[in-house]
Design a protein around this ligand. Structure first.
Ligand code: FE
Length: 233
């Protein structure tokens, strides 16, 4: 290695140290009441963004990565995978009770049945009038991206990850979903190996709809459990 240059490993170590020091500093300020939690969160997010851009820039200059390949990956996540894939599972489960059973007992096999490419183990959990399921990753941001595409920003945020398990009803209320006291809330913590999809309750007033029409009604957030589907009529 020539003098004045840093190795890739050193660069990563230095940027990580700088970022963690900066975030730790902001968090200390918060403890004194000078900066709000939201501001710290925004600060941390912008810091990650700067780190990512710096990494891309340096790694490109060193010919270690090709920006075109990165664009390809982003394009894949933005257009080819998305909630429309999860919606196929949901709509099929609404029109085919036997498929629903198979989906809930072995979502991996059910996904394969519909030709859906799966990159992780999948578990489907069904909402009913008595049970509401909510998905989170308390550790980081594990998400069933192969059937839902890119996760919403709030899914990766520390406040959601912490509060979804401590106060799921409160979180759901803030999302506009107020559950009756009698409804049981189940929170599913995703892992590196297992990803969850919530099968929302089929909305009322959809009896005459085709499977294709039903797919369009299924939202990303409903498959995370963050909202219930409303009747389209
Ligand atoms: Fe995670």
């Amino acid at each position: 290695m020539t003098e004045g240059k840093v190795s890739r490993r050193e660069f990563l170590a230095k940027t990580s140290l700088a970022a963690s020091t900066a975030v730790a500093g902001a968090a200390t300020t918060t403890a004194t009441g000078q900066v709000g939690a939201q501001e710290v969160e925004e600060y941390a997010q912008s810091d990650y963004s700067v780190r990512a851009k710096a990494l891309v820039s340096v790694l490109t200059k060193k010919n270690l990565i090709d920006p075109a390949e990165i664009d390809e990956v982003i394009e894949f996540y933005e257009t080819r995978v998305g909630p429309h894939i999860g919606a196929r599972l949901v709509a099929r489960s609404w029109v085919d009770p036997e498929f629903r059973e198979r989906l809930l007992s072995d979502a991996n096999a059910a996904a394969t049945e519909l030709g859906i490419e799966r990159r992780r183990d999948l578990v489907a959990v069904a909402n009913t009038p008595q049970v509401h399921n909510l998905v989170v990753c308390t550790l980081c941001s594990c998400y069933p991206w192969f059937i839902l595409g890119l996760p919403p920003t709030w899914y990766k945020d520390a406040p959601y990850r912490a509060r979804a398990v401590i106060d799921p009803r409160g979180v759901l209320k803030e999302f506009g979903t107020e559950l009756d006291e009698g409804v049981e809330v189940r929170v599913w913590d995703s892992t590196a190996e297992v990803r969850y999809i919530v099968i929302p309750v089929r909305p009322q007033g959809t009896d005459g709809m085709t499977e294709g029409q039903l797919q369009v009604l299924v939202t990303r957030d409903s498959m995370i459990g963050a909202e219930r589907l409303k009747s389209p009529v």
